[in-house]
Design a protein around this ligand. Structure first.
Ligand code: A3P
Length: 273
């Protein structure tokens, strides 16, 4: 992933504060989108200014290390892809976890991996090759399901909000209200503010300002805010790949309730393999 080892190790040592707000996820599941929503909700719907960058305002713990996070104003806004077991814990801190169906996540991750040639050396990589790494869990932050399952099990904890990319897409108003409620920010009476949060967190608004969101790494050759849809996976997966990921999905998530999470996607994948 190309993060400095020192920063990564220091990030693991971060001591979470009661006021902290963490946005947690497996990569490519809508992290940046959720971060922006959280930022807008906490800032009265006023977007980042032209000279502000999300990775500075809302840094990635494992990329920057604890020293940078310790300097943040309260409440500290922190992004992490760490698994639940090693995410810095405080029973009063808030954790928002965003999940996305693994098919679209894999496609988004494929483009991401092609997008940072200096880090992954995969500029001309094919989906077929990336898929093998993804299904084996041999990508940044390891296996998709190993990240998702422990967080899903925490979804009813008082200080955890579990949300899906697909639900944010289907009804951004409802998602924003749920996030604001979780953060205990009263926005429900302020229509102007809600409209502003919806507007500035929309795909179109975010796509216009690519440099504001991307990682601090500067070598990206693919847009970070790329396509932003549910179902792009059908353009990449062969029936065999669909079958293999479905099989892994059901095997890994059996008895967890996750098998009910993306019924539409699962139904269409089942028809396609
Ligand atoms: P795609 O590559 O499928 O377009 P992350 O922030 O976790 O890296 O996730 C990136 C994915 O979220 C990308 O998916 C990106 O386009 C999508 N995304 C970012 N902002 C979005 C928005 N406002 N609406 C919908 N999708 C968004």
């Amino acid at each position: 992933m190309g993060f400095p080892v020192k920063a990564f190790n220091s990030g693991l040592d971060y001591c979470a504060k009661p006021e902290d707000i963490f946005v947690c996820s497996y990569p490519k599941c809508g992290t940046t989108w959720l971060q922006n929503m959280v930022y807008l909700i906490l800032n009265d719907g006023v977007p980042l200014s032209l000279d502000q960058f999300l990775p500075r305002v809302f840094p990635h713990l494992e990329e920057v290390g604890k020293e940078v996070c310790n300097q943040l104003p309260t409440p500290r806004l922190i992004k992490t892809h760490l698994p639940f077991s090693i995410t810095p814990h405080n029973s009063k801190a808030r954790y928002l976890y965003v999940a996305r169906n693994p098919f679209d996540c894999a496609v988004s991750f494929f483009h991401h991996t092609r997008g940072f040639p200096q880090h992954y050396d995969f500029l001309d990589g094919e989906f077929e090759e990336f898929f093998e790494c993804f299904i084996a869990g041999e990508v940044d932050f390891g296996d998709y399901f190993d990240n998702l399952i422990p967080w899903y099990k925490r979804k009813d904890d008082e200080n955890v909000l579990f949300i899906t990319y697909e639900s944010m897409k289907a009804d951004s108003y409802r998602s924003i209200m749920a996030i604001a409620d979780f953060l205990e920010v009263e926005i429900f009476k302020n229509k102007k503010m809600i409209d502003s949060i919806i507007k500035y967190s929309s795909f179109d608004a975010m796509q216009k300002n690519q440099t504001r969101w991307a990682s601090l790494r500067s070598d990206t050759v693919e847009p970070f805010i790329r396509k932003g849809i549910v179902g792009d996976w059908v353009n990449y997966f062969t029936p065999k790949q669909t079958h293999r990921l479905l099989e892994k999905y059901f095997y890994k998530t059996k008895g967890t309730g996750i098998d009910n999470l993306w019924l539409d996607v699962l139904e269409s994948a089942t028809k396609n393999n």
